[in-house]
Design a protein around this ligand. Structure first.
Ligand SMILES: NC(=O)c1ccc[n+]([C@@H]2O[C@H](COP(=O)([O-])OP(=O)(O)OC[C@H]3O[C@@H](n4cnc5c(N)ncnc54)[C@H](OP(=O)(O)O)[C@@H]3O)[C@@H](O)[C@H]2O)c1
Length: 330
């Protein structure tokens, strides 16, 4: 009798995971929170500063937040694109006026400008509640061809930029007594992505850095979210670093690729912020179950990689061999 009950629980457990892996586009906890946790309206009236908001996931997040009356500061280098995002946010939000969406042009790698940018946000809104470090670029490259200068530039952009801005924000949050820091990492920050060594390095650094910060500040009201998207439809591939400084991949995603939309990813990031989730994974099948498998059965996964080879991973990630027309040809 007891054995039958244990068997039944085990089978149900396996079935829930199997079905979840097929239908979910985020980890189980985030999916639960989307249904039963705080919705984005929980943040209404708060001020969120999003870097990298001129396109992609940052734009999707700005739209999701403003729809629920959250005030935002949006940053990036392309001011015309920020103005477009501001206009589109205003069209989608009945709760905000132009004054509630502040454009703060910023190159995240110019660290000496960070304090001035933070001051602009504080002078305009009088407060800051959440900083979302989202600006960043990816990479497609064969490891031995990567020039050290590319490693340097990617770490400047994906790691030192966010870390510098976070230092200033956390200093302010500590004075204020409360605040939330989020960072857009990647599934490549959870499991290693072949043909993206520098990018994987930057995102693992982010997960380690912000994981450490989160634990260190546990006894304060400073909280940290690490947001880890899988493949998303954005400008990401065209802007990806390759092996040489100044070179970009110049490839686009196609509508048939197995990626989630930037709006959906932005919305899920909003749910993660509203619930102060410590780490969120946002990816469709098969990337979601692969991530679970890597984290919970690493040895089994090592065997599988040996059998299927690294190029299979590239194809799963990009829905095609993105290296065949670029670096691999050299
Ligand atoms: N798309 C994916 O599949 C995917 C998967 C996992 C993680 N991510 C992460 O998601 C984040 C956003 O990427 P995305 O996919 O939304 O790509 P995206 O559409 O290319 O957006 C990148 C954003 O970063 C900004 N940016 C780039 N360099 C900058 C700089 N030096 N200073 C300030 N802003 C800069 C860009 O704005 P400007 O060019 O106007 O400056 C843009 O707003 C990145 O951190 C990325 O690692 C993306």
């Amino acid at each position: 009798m007891l054995l039958t009950l244990i068997e039944l629980i085990f089978v149900t457990y396996c079935l829930v995971y199997l079905i979840g892996f097929l239908i979910l586009d985020c980890d189980f906890w985030l999916a639960f929170l989307e249904l039963f946790g705080n919705n984005i309206g929980h943040l209404k009236g708060q001020v969120v500063w999003i870097t990298g908001a001129s396109s992609g996931i940052g734009e999707g997040l700005a739209k999701a937040l403003t729809r629920y009356g959250v005030r935002v500061a949006i940053s990036a280098r392309r001011v015309e694109e920020l103005e477009r995002v501001q206009r589109e946010c205003l069209v989608g939000s009945k709760l905000l006026s132009e004054n509630d969406i502040l454009i703060v042009p910023m190159d995240i790698t110019k660290i000496h400008t960070h304090q001035e940018c933070l001051n602009r946000v504080l002078a305009h809104f009088g407060t800051l509640d959440i900083l979302v470090n989202n600006a960043g670029r990816s990479q497609r490259a064969i490891w031995q061809d990567i020039e050290l200068e590319v490693d340097r530039q990617m770490f400047e952009l994906n790691v030192f930029g966010p870390v510098s801005l976070t230092r200033l924000a956390v200093k302010y949050f500590l004075q204020k007594g409360t605040g939330h820091v989020a960072v857009t990492s990647s599934i490549a920050g959870v499991i290693p992505a072949p043909y993206s060594a520098t990018y994987t390095g930057t995102k693992h650094a982010i997960n380690g850095y912000y994981g450490s910060l989160r634990i260190e500040k546990m006894d304060t009201k400073i909280t940290v979210s690490i947001l880890c998207p899988g493949p998303v439809h954005t400008n990401f591939l065209s802007e990806s670093f390759t092996t040489r400084p100044g070179e970009v991949l110049e490839q686009s995603t196609s509508s048939t690729d197995n990626r989630m939309t930037a709006d959906r990813c932005g919305y899920l990031c909003g749910i993660a912020l509203a619930n102060k989730v410590t780490e969120a994974w946002m990816a469709k099948f098969p990337v979601l179950p692969i991530t679970y498998a890597f984290v919970y059965w690493p040895n089994f996964c090592k065997l599988v990689i040996k059998c299927v080879g690294p190029k299979t991973f590239l194809k799963l990630r990009d829905s095609k061999d993105t290296l065949s027309t670029n670096n691999a040809a050299r």
